[in-house]
Design a protein around this ligand. Structure first.
Ligand SMILES: [Zn+2]
Length: 301
């Protein structure tokens, strides 16, 4: 007898290390509760995330290096990795990700091909957010938001279909229907004004998260310290402590005791989940799913 297909979870990020920094704790925790297939995709090629003149001369070397780091980092969480491209096979630039037909088509096609039940992406920042924003992060969230409704629409981006596939159709068939996933946003270091619905306790997963993030040597050891995000960690344990400290603000905001947390916000961009779905995909909510239930009730109105 054939096994039923595994549930699928997709992360859509801007950069190669976004998933490890923002959602690795949840995905590692979920592994203990659920057997699932994971796919991480990123929209930009990562060519802007370094200070070395070598990479100004040879940007492909950085793109290649970050691709390898992304594959290793994703593997630590049991995910596969894909760098998105336009229909001509070109990648999208780092630091200047735009909401265009090309970037929307790339995400739309990746979601329709993978058909996840849950999609996690980066938060959309309000332009008036006094905490500022990262152009690529907020535009990634925006792109997902704007294509969410279109996931079910097979004719939305016809340029993404292979011409041989189109020729093979006799024209009387229906194109495949793809159910839009349930979509949640995570919180990154750039989104200060957060309104999370779920605060996931990842205390037991912080070492896995640090280990996955630590694979991004070009960022953790080189770029992020250079650009002033934080001092270079001497080892993975120091990185782990730093990631844990980053969650202290979330804990304080919600009156939580010691522990490490990741925050998530539910959206009604795609399919609306049931409370059971939320409990299945987000185990260990420190708020007892109280905020999540309130948000879902809002979606039902
Ligand atoms: Zn990023």
């Amino acid at each position: 007898m054939s096994q039923p297909p595994l549930p699928k979870i997709m992360f859509v990020g801007a950069h190669q290390d976004d998933m490890q920094g923002a959602a690795a704790g949840l995905f590692a925790k979920l592994r203990k509760h659920l057997d699932y297939e994971g796919l991480e995709v990123t929209l930009t090629n990562g060519a802007g995330g370094h200070q070395s003149a070598k990479y100004l001369k040879y940007p492909d070397e950085l793109i290649q290096r970050r691709l390898l780091e992304a594959q290793t980092g994703a593997k630590k969480l049991g995910f596969s990795y894909q760098l998105l491209q336009n229909t001509q096979g070109q990648t999208f630039p780092d630091g200047d990700l735009q909401i265009t037909r090309e970037t929307k088509a790339a995400v739309w096609q990746a979601v329709r091909q993978f058909q996840p039940q849950l999609l996690v992406t980066l938060p959309v920042n309000h332009i008036h957010d006094s905490f500022g924003m990262h152009n690529d992060h907020t535009n990634t969230g925006e792109i997902v938001k704007r294509i969410a409704y279109l996931i079910a629409a097979p004719l939305a981006f016809p340029e993404t279909y292979d011409s041989s596939y189109v020729r093979s159709l006799n024209g009387t068939e229906e194109l495949p229907y793809v159910q839009p996933p349930f979509i949640a946003t995570t919180h990154d270091g750039y989104s200060g004004q957060i309104e999370p619905d779920l605060i996931i306790d990842i205390t037991d997963e912080i070492s896995t998260k640090a280990e996955a993030f630590y694979q991004h040597v070009s960022q953790v050891d080189e770029w992020l310290p250079w650009v002033g995000r934080y001092p270079k960690p001497n080892n993975v344990n120091e990185l782990q402590e730093r990631l844990a400290r980053r969650s202290a603000k979330i804990a304080a905001d919600f009156g939580l005791k010691d522990g490490v947390y990741e925050a998530y916000t539910l959206t009604a961009w795609g399919s609306i989940p049931s409370l059971e779905d939320v409990k299945t995909f987000f185990p260990g909510d420190a708020l007892g799913y109280e905020m999540a239930a309130k948000k879902l009730a809002l979606f039902q109105r």
